[in-house]
Ligand binder design. Structure first.
Ligand SMILES: Nc1ncnc2c1ncn2[C@@H]1O[C@H](COP(=O)(O)OP(=O)(O)O)[C@@H](O)[C@H]1O
Ligand SMILES: [Mg+2]
Length: 275
């Protein structure tokens, strides 16, 4: 069954004189699927994700979640950004519980709900492997640990769809690998549908069941690639022929469609394929 349906989606920013940020985007995402979106800078990845989150309006087409039009943020859709948006004055466990707390402050929360929330927060702390630092403050944690907390907080309300915009973009390569395996584990355990934006083609292939390649000016879907790897990913798969072939294919398409890219990270990946 489709969890998210995007039909002929378009977005023109008010006052914009350049090409549409998104035009004619069609994509259906199955329940519990892990989809990654890649493409050069400015191809509309963040705009598409923000529209799915209900943080941005679209100017044409339809976006449905569980068959219902997305008309704003909702508890069934949670977002994780590149820059950890943790509250510095709250501890790890308080940050994870924070969204629940907001609701509690609005009243009518039973003590059984509070207990359930505590149980959920503890389970998430376990899931992200940070039990030992439950009472630490964000500035005492590494970037990778902070991002784990941001993920746990997003999961607190049991969202059905997790929207991630370059969540590991600010982390070093080694930490990123650890985070990749963590998010795959979370996807299996929590059974969420994940839409993950990145400009790192290798990351997109390693995580995704399908990789959606976007192209800019106007922002639109270039191709959709099913990833020819077993569901249970392992780091070694990055060195296999199917992985390398898909990586080369996607990078070649990006090179064609983007022309001269000004995105330095993207250029780095393109150059890496030439050696
Ligand atoms: N708030 C905004 N106002 C006007 N134009 C915007 C805004 N946000 C993004 N854009 C434009 O929309 C296009 C897509 O941007 P974005 O979704 O951020 O791309 P990506 O995340 O793929 O780099 C770009 O041309 C960008 O300049
Ligand atoms: Mg972006």
């Amino acid at each position: 069954m489709d969890k998210v349906i995007i039909q002929n989606l378009g977005k023109v920013f008010a006052g914009s004189t350049t090409a549409a940020a998104l035009q004619g985007v069609n994509l259906s995402i199955a329940d519990n699927e892990f989809v990654t979106l890649v493409g050069a800078s400015g191809c509309g990845k963040s705009t598409l994700l923000r529209i799915l989150a209900g943080l941005e309006t679209h100017t044409s087409g339809n976006v449905l979640c569980d068959g219902k039009p997305v008309a704003g943020p909702g508890a069934e859709r949670a977002m994780v950004f590149q820059h950890y948006s943790l509250y510095p004055w709250l501890t790890v466990i308080e940050n994870i519980k924070f969204s629940r707390k907001l609701r509690a402050n609005r009243g009518n929360l039973m003590s059984s709900d509070v207990e359930a929330a505590s149980g959920r927060a503890d389970a998430l702390l376990n899931l992200i492997g940070l039990n030992k630092v439950a009472h630490a403050y964000p500035n005492q944690l590494s970037g990778g640990m902070q991002q784990r907390v941001a993920i746990a907080r997003a999961l607190m309300g049991r969202p059905q769809v997790l929207l991630m915009d370059e969540p590991f973009g600010a982390l070093d390569a080694q930490t990123r690998e650890v985070m990749h395996d963590l998010i795959l584990h979370i996807h299996r355990v929590e059974k969420t549908t994940i839409v993950f934006v990145t400009h790192d083609v290798e990351e997109a292939i390693y995580l995704g069941q399908r990789v959606v390649l976007l192209q800019p000016r106007p922002g639109r879907i270039h191709s959709i690639y099913p990833v020819p790897l077993p569901p249970q990913r392992e780091q070694d798969m990055k060195h296999t022929a199917p992985f390398r072939a898909l990586r080369a294919e996607i990078l070649a398409r990006i090179r064609e469609s983007a022309g001269v890219s000004t995105d330095l990270d993207m250029l780095g990946q393109l150059n890496a394929t030439e050696v």
